[in-house]
Design a protein around this ligand. Structure first.
Ligand code: S3P
Length: 458
């Protein structure tokens, strides 16, 4: 088991470029893999989650040529030649690792295929509810078999002659919305998903990028079946969910300033900036490019934070940032209430329980609710041993908390960070070492091994 030891932060790097956006990287691999030609994907996030998606698309006929690798991070640029929307049956089960996005979005794609495929994953993924994707896909005509009442992985999906449906999502979930829209690409006519609250719209944007026609009417999103994505090169912006860790570190450090470069600024994801501004943070973001997915630099100046209430319609927009926003709440004056966030209980781990427990270990008072928590801000944090429950965002959120604590904080099981942020420890060390001048990560343009071989080793 890997561990990270964190002590009080010593210095601030002037800037950090976070790796590619996880949600967009998954979708880039899926759409490029179903497209009619070759797409060069740049800025790809080579995290374990996204590599599961690449490997799955390869197993179903996409051809992946590695083009550029970053040392300590992984494959960031590749050429993906699609197999077309009708994929090849994989030779064996598809391993989705820890990745909810892989299993749920691929479920939509598999629903439209002419074969049966099995998808499995690690212990955490195998406990997460897949009924939420099974229900609409079965209504469309696919056969979806899983374990128990929650239809957990391993899943067996047999594609069928799909029928278009109009489906109202029972929960605000971009993953479920995307699964239905992806299946809708294989159904004749118009498939419509109605979302109760606006969720991240990367699937809609990437459909436009690949020339797949869709419409939005209020909270109803529709796609027409029978379309083939057209290959078109794509540059993935940095992940705002990864940038969020450094945003909080900077926002809570009076006198400090940091620039986060090339961060994705899709308005369905920038809730973390809105919340931090409400807490009194000084943040400026400038959009440098908005083709496909908006992106730009974010400058954060440290100051004193105040508690806030996070809930209602903004929850889907900050769903992945709630663990680090809870840490911001602990560092703030006054109390922070997180509510309407029951979905946190079915993420990589029960994030309400994991955040509450670890904050308490560091000396913070937390009141836990079924749908959130109240954090009593302003306590002096002390170092502690953190249990991550194999959840990358718990590990990183508490590495940041450790920077503000007296004594040493030990993050046990820190290898899970590779799920979404390879290179996190390198970036963390820029704050901890105090040398401020760590060399940038070098780019290796010659990739030593083909991606398939490299992935098989893992
Ligand atoms: C994601 C959607 C969110 C998010 C996850 C990635 C996506 O999940 O938590 O990390 O890429 O669509 P839900 O849509 O289930 O809330």
């Amino acid at each position: 088991m890997a561990t990270i030891k964190v002590r009080k932060l010593k210095s601030f790097p002037a800037e950090i470029s976070v790796p590619g956006d996880k949600s967009i990287s998954h979708r880039a691999a899926m759409f490029a893999g179903m497209a009619d030609g070759t797409t060069i994907v740049e800025g790809f996030l080579p995290s374990e989650d996204c590599l599961c998606t690449v490997k799955a698309m390869e197993a179903m006929g996409a051809v992946v040529e590695p083009l550029e690798e970053l040392e300590g991070v992984g494959l960031v640029k590749m050429a993906i030649t699609g197999h077309g929307p009708k994929l090849k049956a994989p030779a064996g089960p598809i391993d989705c690792g820890n990745s909810g996005t892989t299993i749920r979005l691929l479920s939509g794609i598999l629903a439209g295929q002419d074969f049966t495929a099995e998808m499995g994953g690690d212990a955490s993924l195998s406990k997460r509810p897949m009924k939420r994707v099974a229900d609409p896909l079965v209504l469309m005509g696919a056969k979806v078999e899983g374990q128990g009442e929650k239809i957990c992985a391993p899943l067996h999906i047999t594609g069928g002659q799909l029928q278009p449906i109009t489906y109202t999502l029972p929960m605000a979930s971009a993953q479920v919305k995307s699964a239905v829209l992806l299946a809708g690409m294989f159904a004749p006519g118009k498939t419509t998903v109605i979302e109760p609250v606006v969720t991240r719209n990367h699937t809609e944007r990437i459909m436009s990028h690949f020339g797949v026609k869709w419409l939005r009417d209020g909270n109803a999103i529709s796609v027409y079946g029978g379309q083939t994505p057209k290959a078109k090169d794509l540059v993935v912006p940095g992940d705002i969910s990864s940038a969020a860790f450094w945003m909080v570190a900077a926002a809570a450090s009076p006198g400090q300033q940091i620039t986060l470069k090339n961060v994705g600024l899709n308005p369905t994801r920038t809730g973390v900036i809105t919340v931090l501004l409400r807490m009194g943070a000084h943040i400026n973001s400038s959009e440098t490019d908005s083709e496909g997915e908006p992106r730009g630099n974010v400058i954060i100046k440290g100051g004193d934070l105040n508690g806030t209430v996070i809930g209602g319609l903004e929850i889907p927009n900050v769903i992945d940032e709630l663990p680090i926003l809870a840490v911001a709440g602990a560092l703030a004056r006054g109390n922070t209430l997180i509510k309407d966030a029951r979905e946190l209980r079915v993420k990589e781990t029960d994030r309400i329980a994991a955040v509450a427990e670890n904050l308490r270990r560091m000396g913070v008072t937390v009141i836990e609710y079924e749908d959130g928590m109240e954090i009593i801000g302003g306590a002096k944090l002390h170092g502690a041993t953190i249990t991550t429950y194999h959840d990358h965002r718990i590990a990183m959120a508490f590495a940041i908390a450790g920077m503000f604590a007296e004594g040493e904080t030990t993050i046990e099981g820190s290898e899970c960070i590779n799920t979404s942020y390879p290179g996190f420890e390198h970036d963390l060390n820029l704050f901890l070492r105090g040398d401020n001048g760590a060399a940038p990560i070098p780019v290796l343009t010659r990739v030593p091994r083909p991606v398939a071989g490299r992935l098989r080793e893992g």
